[in-house]
Design a protein around this ligand. Structure first.
Ligand SMILES: C[S@@+](CC[C@H](N)C(=O)[O-])C[C@H]1O[C@@H](n2cnc3c(N)ncnc32)[C@H](O)[C@@H]1O
Length: 240
């Protein structure tokens, strides 16, 4: 590990807005803050997560815009979280936390219905490893459990295959599609989806890629299943 990274990690140990739980301990055992996030963040508003938050542009941007709500960025990579957490501290944002952990273990961190919205910002598409794709049935069921009734799931992606896969999953599972567009910045949509751009998003836009966006309303009473037919990942110049 580089000296710079080691220094950042050492500094981050003292950040009051970063939690770095022992990953082995909290794969199955509940994290002590589970069910108490509102109390811990001093809010009676919503709890909103950014998953695979990287440097946390949504966590920070939304926290500035909506000070009445609590925002938690989650990522496994410490160096990326460091950047977001340091910025949040510099901005004096009291409604921001970062957790360094795997999205796979969300249910050990959040109680049933404790979360109001989830933002998935440019997740790795996982073309070959569907079991790790953050929009597969296993993950949708995890999100459904921690989300409150009518909880919202937002996805931003540059990847048309991941967009199509998610649309198919939503249609097959009767998930309400509130909004969907395969070209966000040419659409008439306004608001949070357009107002904040992440680190990866800026890179994709510079490469001339279109940004896809979907907003879904998950239903607590549904068991989500994988689409029965094999999803074919297209390989054209448009499809990365
Ligand atoms: C392509 S980057 C996007 C980062 C950021 N959201 C952005 O748009 O700039 C994907 C991020 O997801 C994180 N990630 C991928 N799978 C994860 C998992 N299972 N648990 C936690 N983080 C994960 C990676 O560490 C990485 O930071």
């Amino acid at each position: 590990m580089s000296k710079g990274k080691l220094q950042k990690f050492a500094e981050m140990e003292h950040f009051e807005n970063v939690l770095q739980p022992n990953i082995k301990q909290y794969t199955e055992q509940d994290f002590p803050n589970k069910g108490k996030w509102r109390q811990i963040m001093g809010t009676s508003g919503k709890i909103i997560l950014e998953l695979g938050c990287g440097k946390g542009e949504y966590t920070i941007g939304l926290a500035q815009k909506y000070p009445q709500h609590g925002f938690i960025g989650i990522d496994i990579k410490g160096a990326r979280i460091y950047t977001g957490a340091k910025k949040a501290l510099e901005l004096g944002l009291k409604n921001v936390l970062f957790i360094r952990t795997k999205i796979d273990f969300l249910k050990t961190f959040f109680a049933d219905s404790e979360v109001n919205e989830i933002w998935l910002t440019f997740p790795d598409p996982q073309r070959k490893k569907q079991r790790r794709r953050l929009l597969n049935a296993k993950f949708l069921n995890i999100y459904r459990d921690i989300l409150a009734d009518d909880g919202l799931l937002h996805l931003k992606t540059d990847n048309p295959n991941l967009y199509q896969y998610t649309m198919k999953m939503a249609q097959y599972n009767d998930i309400e599609i509130i909004t969907s567009t395969d070209d966000l910045y040419s659409s008439s949509l306004e608001g949070d989806a357009k107002d904040i751009k992440t680190y990866y998003e800026k890179m994709f836009l510079e490469q001339g890629k279109k940004i896809n966006y979907i907003e879904l309303k998950l239903n607590k009473n549904k068991e989500y299943k994988e689409i029965p037919e094999k999803f074919t990942w297209k390989k054209t110049s448009k499809y990365a």
